[in-house]
Structure formats: C-alpha cells, structure tokens
Write a protein that binds this ligand. Structure first.
Ligand code: UP6
Length: 261
C-alpha cells in the first residue's frame, strides 16, 4: 500500500480476487460460474437473486443487453456482494492498448467501474494486459482478468502450442492483475492461477454453431478446471434454479473427490 495525502491507497490488484475465489469455494461449496447469456438485465438481476447462493461467479456479456443502465448494473453488483459471488464481464478484449483502455473505462458500459473480472485475448501481444491493468490503477476495488488461452469452439485457432505458451508467459509476467485462464486443459502447476472452463453440458455434446461440450466431471478431472462456466445447460432448462443446484453439486462433488485422493 502507498501513502497518498496521509491516506493508505491500495494499488488495484487481483490478489484479493484470488483469495475471494478460494474462500467462496470453501464457504459456499461451489465452483460454478453461471453464464447468463440473456438479453435482459432485469431478468439477469432476478435470476441472480435466485441462484446467488449456488454460484461463485456470474458471467455476463453486457453488449447483448437490451436494457443496460449503470443503475441496473449497480443493482447487480450489490446482489453479487450480498450473495458473495464474483462478477465477470466476458468482453474478450482483443485490440491495441489505447483502444482497450477506452473500451474498458468509457462508453455506455464503463466496464472497469463494475466488473471484478474481464476476459482478454492476448493476440495483440502483452501490451493489451499492461494497458488494461494501467486503466484500473485508480479504482479502489480489486480488479483482475482471465486470459483466453484455449477456446471451446470447433477449429479454434488458439489450439496451438506456441500460442498457449505465449499466454502462459504473459500470465506469469502480469500475475498481479491476471488471476488465471479461460482454458480447456491444465496449463500450469502453479495453483495460484485459476482455470475456468466453458463448454459444459451434462446432456449435449455441442450446438449447431461450433460449440463443443464436455461434462462437469470431464472438465474437472480430465481438463483440470477450477471453475465450470455453464450457460444454456442452465438458462435453457425448464427449472433454472434446480438445474443450477445440480451443476453446483456435481461440480463440487467431483472437486472434493479429487482433492481427497
Ligand atoms: N465461451 C465459450 N467458449 C470459450 C470462451 N467463452 O463458450 O472458449 C463463452 C461464450 C458463452 C459461454 O461466450 O457466453 O462461454 C458458453 O455458453 P453455453 O454454455 O451456453 O454454450
């Protein structure tokens, strides 16, 4: 912490987010991230109140919302604090440093003011991470990001060893801000990096547009996932609350079984 005008100023760092994830997982017994790809923020707010106790993280895409407002997103943020889950904006930043700084902090969404975590492609080079980290230096809450190392979609160009190596290098270099990966396999033995895996479904193997699914067990046991990112398996189900509980239980059981081996 640095002293500024006699006040201790915490440098924005992702470390408390890492710690929060660990405590949430143990206290709430969940490694489930609900991916709420709904186009109404009102509906997401209602859903998050119902499934808040079952999830460790809520992932949204703010640019698909018909009714986005700073007031509503603040409401969602308050719910995330009440139920103790992290808020992830799946922005998948992928531009030059100057542009991503603007996309992160300005415009309609002002993502940096409310998202605990964002997702980032390292395609433009490590400058993208440096730029994003720099933009949150003045924010007095912890902020972090997940680097997209491997994608779940068919034919993803990220499935290239050199590319993944570059992402891992970048993660290690910016480990204050980068808390982990979006991945399809375990990329490092350093457990401080959290592996989040999308493409999860208990009954389907894919959709018509290239998405590929594995089960929670395959993701955790076979692919080393710490967090399961589950979308339509829950949001398209008849009873979202019940299905959410099922994925929470399945995910946490597999995690506990492996931990006790
Ligand atoms: N997502 C993937 N695969 C990736 C990265 N991100 O599916 O490699 C995101 C999608 C979507 C969610 O943008 O929001 O995870 C998966 O949704 P689904 O479970 O409904 O397929």
């Amino acid at each position: 912490p640095a002293l500024k005008n006699g006040i201790i100023e915490m440098k924005s760092s992702s470390i408390p987010i890492r710690q929060r994830f660990q405590t949430i997982r143990e206290e709430k017994k969940t490694n489930l991230c609900l991916c709420a790809d709904l186009t109404s923020l009102d509906e997401i707010i209602e859903l998050s109140k119902q499934v808040g106790p079952n999830i460790c993280m809520l992932k949204i895409h703010c640019d698909i919302l018909n009714d986005f407002s700073m007031e509503k997103i603040q409401q969602l943020k308050n719910i995330s604090r009440t139920f103790n889950f992290l808020l992830l904006e799946d922005r998948k930043f992928a531009d030059i440093g100057n542009t991503v700084q603007l996309q992160y902090t300005k415009g309609l969404f002002q993502i940096a003011t409310w998202a605990d975590l964002v997702t980032v492609h390292v395609l433009p080079g490590e400058g993208i991470v440096q730029a994003l980290e720099q933009s949150v230096q003045s924010i007095d809450e912890p902020r972090g990001c997940l680097l997209i190392a491997q994608m779940s979609s068919k034919g993803a160009l990220t499935n290239n060893e050199d590319y993944v190596k570059g992402v891992i290098k970048c993660t290690e270099k910016y480990s204050d801000y980068v808390i982990g990966f979006i991945s399809q396999s375990r990329l490092t033995t350093d457990n401080k990096f959290i592996h989040c895996t999308p493409g999860i479904h208990l009954n389907n193997t894919g959709d018509q547009l290239g998405q590929q699914y594995v089960t929670p067990r395959q993701a955790i046991d076979g692919r080393g996932a710490d967090i399961l990112i589950v979308g339509r398996a829950i949001t398209d189900s008849i009873n979202r609350i019940k299905t959410c509980e099922e994925y929470q239980q399945e995910g946490y059981n597999v995690y506990e079984q492996l931990r006790n081996i």
